[in-house]
Design a protein around this ligand. Structure first.
Ligand SMILES: Nc1ncnc2c1ncn2[C@@H]1O[C@H](COP(=O)(O)OP(=O)(O)OP(=O)(O)O)[C@@H](O)[C@H]1O
Ligand SMILES: CC(C)(CO)[C@@H](O)C(=O)NCCC(=O)O
Ligand SMILES: [K+]
Length: 249
């Protein structure tokens, strides 16, 4: 079985798949390396034969995680590396090594699934959009603060915005104008996220008319789902690209 890891800025998404047929044996989201080891170890009957990782963390942090995995499961992790071109997609950055690996792999996965022009909207700690043309040219993209960053900036830089996570969740049962601080902030930030997604869609239409596929991924994808009804929601899009960039046998 193969352990797959997507190390974002706030969370690590993991899953274990069968090497032969990619059937998913288990998975989860954790907020630390130690929690990851505990959850993977707790998965009964797991004998890992390989591990592949995509990370947007520092090289030191990623190396440390690889060492932990090597010690705990005796497998050598393969870490996805930047490329100028892969699987028919050409990296659009002036310096291809600077493009976030999560964005690059999501773009590879999306182009593979769409087999044509596509827009990827990935809503995590940061909100990202990437454009890949029908000929595989990655045109570039956008990075904005995601929901967690918008929220924490408001909390950090104002004196009177204070609320707990439970009331934040309750506030999102509707998007009508807020009648309390928590409603005003939470709904306002969701509308920002939806506005981001709609603007990307407008750009894609201007470029490609109606012939493109929109993919929605990342932990906060559900918050904009209704704003982008055409989108294919693919929570594991980065893993699709990871398998392409790091084949194991
Ligand atoms: N089960 C979950 N665990 C943690 N976060 C979740 C979960 N479900 C939804 N979320 C939301 O997903 C968001 C984080 O998304 P994601 O995990 O894609 O971020 P990330 O990969 O750490 O960030 P980035 O991709 O920008 O580096 C948070 O705002 C959180 O509220
Ligand atoms: C934008 C983030 C932080 C999102 O996870 C990541 O893709 C990253 O660190 N990218 C490097 C900067 C860039 O993509 O231009
Ligand atoms: K991510």
């Amino acid at each position: 079985m193969i352990l797959e890891l997507d190390c974002g800025n706030s969370f690590i998404k993991w899953r274990v798949i069968h090497a032969a047929d990619a059937v998913i044996e288990g998975g989860g989201i954790v907020d630390s390396d130690q929690a990851l080891l505990a959850e993977v170890a707790a998965l009964a009957s797991v004998r890992l034969t390989g591990c592949r990782i995509v990370s947007v963390r520092s090289e030191e942090e990623t190396d440390a995680l690889c060492s932990l995995i090597a010690r705990a499961f005796t497998v050598q992790a393969r870490v996805a590396q930047p490329a100028r071109e892969m699987a028919g997609v050409r990296n659009g950055y002036d310096d291809y090594q600077r493009l976030g690996m999560d964005r690059w792999l999501a773009a590879l996965g999306a182009f593979h699934l769409a087999k044509g022009a596509c827009l990827v909207i990935d809503l995590g700690t940061a909100a990202k959009a990437d454009f890949v043309a029908a000929d595989g040219e990655h045109l570039g993209g956008y990075i904005c603060p995601g929901m967690p960053l918008m929220r924490s900036q408001l909390r950090t830089h104002t004196r009177r915005i204070r609320y707990d996570d439970a009331s934040a969740e309750r506030a999102l049962t509707s998007l009508s104008p807020g009648r309390s601080t928590v409603e005003a902030v939470e709904r306002g930030c969701v509308l920002m996220l939806q506005g981001f997604a709609r603007t990307q869609l407008d750009q894609a239409r201007a470029l490609w008319g109606d012939t493109f596929t929109v993919f929605l991924t990342g932990g906060d994808a559900p918050l904009v789902r209704e704003a982008v009804p055409l989108a294919r929601v693919v929570p594991d899009l980065v893993f699709v690209g990871l398998a392409m960039a790091c084949p194991l046998d």
